[in-house]
Design a protein around this ligand. Sequence first.
Ligand SMILES: Cc1cc2nc3c(=O)[nH]c(=O)nc-3n(C[C@H](O)[C@H](O)[C@H](O)COP(=O)(O)OP(=O)(O)OC[C@H]3O[C@@H](n4cnc5c(N)ncnc54)[C@H](O)[C@@H]3O)c2cc1C
Length: 529
Amino acid sequence: MSTNVDFLVLGSGIAGLSYALKVCKFGKVALITKKSDTESNTNHAQGGIASVTSLDDSFGLHIQDTLVAGAGLCKEDAVEVLVKEGPGHVRELIELGVRFSKERLPNGEERFALGREGGHSRRRILHADDLTGKEIERALVVQAKREENIRLFEHDFAVDLITTRRPNGELVCCGAYVLDTETEEVTAFRAKVTMLATGGCGRVYLHTTNPVIATGDGVAMAYRAGAEIENMEFIQFHPTCLYHPEARSFLISEAVRGEGGILRLANGSTFMENYHKMNCLAPRDIVARAIDAELKKSGAECVYLDVTHLDAERVKSRFPNIYGKCLSVGIDITKELIPIVPAAHYSCGGVRTNLMAESSIKRLYACGEVACTGVHGANRLASNSLLEALVFAHRAAKDAERHISGWACDSLVDYDKSSHVNIVNRKTVTSLADRVHQLMWRYVGIVRTNERLETAETELADIAKDVENLYKAGCLSAELIELRNIVTVAGLIIGSALSRKESRGLNYNLDYPQPDDTNCKRDTVLIKT
Ligand SMILES: Cc1cc2nc3c(=O)[nH]c(=O)nc-3n(C[C@H](O)[C@H](O)[C@H](O)COP(=O)(O)OP(=O)(O)OC[C@H]3O[C@@H](n4cnc5c(N)ncnc54)[C@H](O)[C@@H]3O)c2cc1C
């Protein structure tokens, strides 16, 4: 079965939706999403979106903050694009109906309330209480559903990209194979332009703040298709994710420590004073590393965040979402300690793109967390990722218009499902996925060593063989495809981390504890051979 569209968009987070809303002015859009429309990392973003909007701020300062966080690996032209074009696109969001929080000044005037987060030298974070992503996603979905040229396919799962090689040797993308998870049919979507907007890969790890959709599908598909994949070793870990069997991926915002929350071990003692002079308010990566070290030392499963000494009413009013969520799993944070672990949060690397968001495969664009535009370098500045998705979605749309006329891929083969016949036991898939989660957490987490990375590489190779055999013969299902993708992405993270012989930004390796500007200040690029 096949179908033709002008623009194929894989993913319905901020990146996919923003892009679809622009390109629908030029042609027909198929917007494919593997769950329901709003299920995305975007929907979980709490803090907000960074943008220069106040008089005491400047493009220069935001650029500088981003470069400092990126630890020498940001692409400066991409950062400049991000910062300078960002405010215009944030304004478009507001015009679309996104309701950012406002505050009233003493003179009665109203203005947007600007938050400040770690690494930002000014207040510049627009937010909608602590549910910014949900508000952005809501407004974008409403608008997308109004557009006649956008057709939304929910519960449709992109399996693989379709590419062809032109006589001049150029690799060109002409669409994707998509599994309808309800009918189990695979359709070949033939498209003049394909946009990968499938988000991040936190679900490669045991502990993550990411929702279940974040299995790195876009990076895995692009890698299999022959695209360049960049800087996958730079995985950002958030220090405080709720540790509870019924709420595994719930983020406890850094603002809780900002308000006086204290990190403690199970015996009640504090430990951050041994790691940084700023104690519990040390930078995100330092706190994550300190917790990791304490967990490894004690063998405990979690540490605790304590807000019981703070005014209970203040805690409830300042953090209604966190208070409510914890209470729903039986923890009254005004009276009890919050069990927390660091967790995989954000992938700075991804499908390598140019400044117009085009990948190394022609007519294949990538945008949002799946992409590596170069703006984050070796570490992401908080609240720059929603902005990046927005800015580069618009750039991609502008560039993609030129592909609407002219060449279209004419030879397209249907997906060959003939070998996918065996019923796959769900438990087998879960247990293989669990092995990947465990080994990534144990050996490829916050603190790495060559030995741990090599162990991970060997163990993953074993798992990969089993998974490939299972995949080749097994009936296609979302779980099986995701398992195959997390194995691919885990391999890319391990391979990238092994090739970086230094510690820089988020890649911390005890065998090379310092950055090495002379030999290693470069991007890691992997391509399937
Ligand atoms: C808890 C949390 C808090 C955060 N807070 C902030 C913040 O305050 N500020 C900030 O800037 N960033 C924040 N981030 C990061 C930010 O939310 C993400 O980087 C950003 O939303 C990514 O947007 P995206 O459109 O690229 O991907 P997503 O929003 O994740 O969307 C990906 C889409 O692709 C779909 N998809 C995936 N695979 C397939 C497939 N194979 N086939 C079809 N569809 C597929 C998914 O279903 C989804 O619709 C936070 C992230 C988390 C998890």
